[in-house]
Design a protein around this ligand. Sequence first.
Ligand code: MN
Ligand code: MN
Length: 315
Amino acid sequence: MTRPQPRDAFKSPRFAQPATFMRLPHATDLTGVDVALVGVPFDSGTSYRPGTRLGPREIRTQSSLIRPFNHFQQIGPFDHLTVIDAGDVDASPISLELAHQAIESRIGEVVAAGAVPLSVGGDHSISLPALRAVARAHGPLGLIQFDSHIDTWDEDFGSKLFHGSPFYYAVTEKAVDPRRFVQVGIRGPMYGADDFAFQREHGISVLDIDEVGRLGVDGVVAEIRSVVGRGPVYVTFDIDVVDPAFAPGTGTPEVGGLTSREALQLVRGLAGLSIVGGDIVEVSPPFDGPGQITSVLAANLLFEMICVVARGRQP
Ligand code: MN
Ligand code: MN
């Protein structure tokens, strides 16, 4: 079976042709698709410095460097899965409600077609409509959240929807099963001692950055796998879990985070889980460092996620 392949870098230079994720074909028809890469250029849920609406375009551009075989996972995902760049959600930059409706609707189409949606944001608020759409098909989901922030606050400036609240509503709406929800890499100054009350109340697992340091990559992977188990799971990767030395291009940087190598290894460690959706969010190109290093990292993390989904579907 011939599946869509990234544009051949031996025939077309990597920097030529309109940019798509991994140089895959851009397609809107979801028939027979296993994984749909969906851009979500939306940052009106941002509480501090903006710019993540420009994330999908830049990550497409930087993903031109990705080669099609993963040595560490020993898989060429595009030989096993039909993966496309499904384009962007045309999300309103003015209305959070309308934007979230558009995101939920498009991700719902992807899921209804039997494909796994992997979204590229955008600010973290986009995970809520994505989780709603995926949970509608699969029931309450396990959730792996890589982030320096908890994102379980219930509102900001009078708006329930913002990039610090997606998991409050995902849990209270039962799109996510809190017993199968683990947060990894949490750090930074908090608002108060009761910021984790929601986690305690619902039985959400938290591996803060010091715990990550104590356990090491293998220990964290083991803990994640024991929390989420074998059921359907969604992976959300907020790039600010990575140290701003490696990923400066983000809206709310927190010092003392993961290295880019640890981030890649942690995502690799998810191979074999039943991943039914995921996203990479909070990449803000206007704040990026020289060489667009944050977008380069995000593109590589997206590739690792595709490989993890491919390995999860192998017999
Ligand atoms: Mn976040
Ligand atoms: Mn964050």
